[in-house]
Design a protein around this ligand. Structure first.
Ligand code: FEO
Length: 404
C-alpha cells in the first residue's frame, strides 16, 4: 500500500522508514529506526529527487507509482550517491526507461563505480547550473563533503524548497510524522539528530559551514533532507540551523561536564561518581556520566559535541590507555572534535600512566583541547587521602567554567 505525503503544491514525499536495520552504515545503532526520504515534483516534467535504501525499495516504488498516477518519470535528480539513497536508482531506471539522471560529474562517475548502467541517460550539472521543468526551476549548489565528495543540494527557485541531501537530517523513523512541527523535536529528536550529524558528518564541519553560508543567500522556505523530518516553519528552520552551526564549528551547546570512565573492577567508576557528586554539590548539576565499555561510541561522540567539558577517567591496561577509552578518543579525533576543556583521571595498581597517555593524545592528535592543570592519579582505588586532590580537581574544573 502506498504511503505518501504532500509537502507543498506539486511536491510529494515518497520515502519510507525502516525499523529493522540494527546498525546504520553497519556501525551506528539506530534503536528508533531511520527514514530514507525521496521526493517527487509534478510539473510539466516529472522529477524524482533521490531514491532510497534497498531495504525500503518496495514501499518507495509503490509510493512513486501512486504519485505519478500514470505519468511517466522524466528525470531523477541525484543529490547524493551514497547507497542509503541511491541503491534503488537502477530499479527506477529499469521501470521508467525514459527517465534521465541529473547529477554531478563525480556522482555520475560513482554510478559506474557501483555498477549502475546509466549509459546515455545522464546529464551533468555543477554549481550555478539550473534546469526548468515547467513552473519550477531547480538550481544546483555544490555540497562537497556533506557528506561525500560528489554531493550537491538542489533549490527550487519558484517556492524556496531546498533538497538538502544529508544536511539537516536525523536518525529515527518518521512513523507518519513527516514535518518537524509534528513532533517535539527538542524533546524527542534532538539527541538523535546530533548523534547522526556528529558521527556521520562531524569530520566535515568546515564544509557544512560552507554550505550553510551559501544557503544563507537563498530564501529557504522548506528544507527537505534525505533523513528525518522536513522543516517548513521559519522558527524551526532557524532552530536547526542554529544547532548545525554549533556542531559544525565545534562549539559546545551547553556548559556542562561529560564524564566518561573506563573501569575494570568499579574503582575508576567509583571515582567518576565521586567527581559527579562533588560537581553537583558545588552547583554544577549539568553532569552526565557514562561507562565507556557499555555505551556505544556514537552516543559518547554526540555527548562530547554537546558539552563544554569532558573528563576522561581511565584505568591503565597493559601499560596503555584502556582500549575502549582509546577507541573513544580516536573517534573524537577522527571526527575533528575540538575546543573543549578536559580533565583527566588515571588509575593503575603498579604503574598508572593512562593519564599521561591521554594528555599526549589530546595534545598531539586533537585541536584546541585544553587540559586543566589538576590531574588525579589513583592507585587502585580512591582513598580518603585522595580527597584533597579530588577537591582540587573539582575546583579546577569549576574555575574554568567561571572564567568563561
Ligand atoms: Fe544518508 Fe551520506 O548518506
Amino acid at each position: 500500500m502506498y504511503n505518501v505525503r504532500k509537502i507543498v503544491d506539486d511536491l510529494y514525499w515518497v520515502g519510507g522508514s525502516d525499523h529493522r536495520l540494527e546498525l546504520f552504515e553497519n556501525i551506528h545503532p539506530i534503536p528508533d529506526g531511520v527514514s530514507y526520504n525521496a521526493y517527487v515534483l509534478l510539473d510539466e516534467k516529472t522529477v524524482l529527487f533521490d531514491t532510497v535504501d534497498w531495504s525500503i525499495c518496495r514501499q518507495f516504488l509503490e509510493n512513486l507509482e501512486h504519485v505519478l498516477n500514470g505519468r511517466d518519470l522524466d528525470y531523477v535528480i541525484i543529490n547524493h550517491m551514497e547507497p542509503d539513497h541511491a541503491a534503488s536508482m537502477e530499479e527506477v531506471l529499469l521501470r521508467y526507461p525514459n527517465a534521465k539522471v541529473i547529477s554531478t560529474e563525480k556522482s555520475i562517475m560513482m554510478m559506474y563505480q557501483f555498477g549502475f548502467n546509466v549509459e546515455g541517460r545522464t546529464e551533468t550539472v555543477a554549481e550555478g547550473d539550473s534546469r526548468c521543468f515547467g513552473k519550477h526551476t531547480i538550481a544546483f549548489v555544490d555540497a562537497q563533503m556533506v557528506h561525500w565528495p560528489e554531493a550537491m543540494v538542489s533549490y527550487d527557485t519558484s517556492n524556496g524548497v531546498l533538497f538538502s541531501a544529508d544536511a539537516f537530517g536525523s536518525f529515527k523513523a518518521l512513523d507518519g510524522k513527516l514535518f518537524a512541527d509534528e513532533v517535539n523535536f527538542d524533546r524527542d529528536w534532538i539527541d538523535e539528530a546530533r548523534r547522526y550529524l556528529t558521527n556521520i558528518v562531524g569530520k566535515y564541519g568546515p564544509e557544512v559551514m560552507h554550505l550553510i553560508k551559501k544557503a544563507g543567500t537563498l530564501d529557504i522556505k522548506v528544507i527537505c533532507p534525505l533523513h528525518g523530518p522536513v522543516w517548513r516553519k521559519p522558527e524551526d528552520i532557524q532552530y536547526i540551523l542554529g544547532k548545525y552551526i554549533k556542531w559544525a564549528t565545534y562549539e559546545p551547546e551547553e556548559k556542562g561536564v561529560l564524564i566518561v570512565y573506563a573501569s575494570m573492577y568499579g574503582n575508576t567508576e567509583s571515582a567518576a561518581q565521586v567527581l559527579a557528586t562533588k560537581l553537583v554539590e558545588k552547583g554544577m548539576t549539568n553532569v552526565r556520566v557514562y561507562d565507556v565499555s557499555k555505551t556505544h561510541v556514537s552516543y559518547l561522540v554526540s555527548e562530547a559535541f554537546k558539552y563544554s567539558h569532558i573528563v576522561f577517567a581511565s584505568v591503565t591496561y597493559n601499560l596503555q590507555i584502556y582500549p575502549v577509552m582509546k577507541e573513544f578518543l580516536e573517534h573524537l579525533a577522527m571526527l575533528n572534535l575540538q575546543n573543549r576543556i578536559c580533565g583527566i583521571i588515571e588509575n593503575g595498581s603498579w604503574a598508572p600512566q593512562s593519564g599521561s597517555l591521554i594528555r599526549e593524545f589530546l595534545d598531539d592528535e586533537m585541536k584546541q583541547m585544553s587540559i586543566i592543570n589538576s590531574e588525579l592519579s589513583i592507585i587502585s582505588s580512591l582513598q580518603e587521602k585522595d580527597q584533597r586532590d579530588m577537591d582540587l580537581f573539582v575546583d579546577s574544573l569549576l574555575d574554568t567554567m567561571n572564567e568563561e
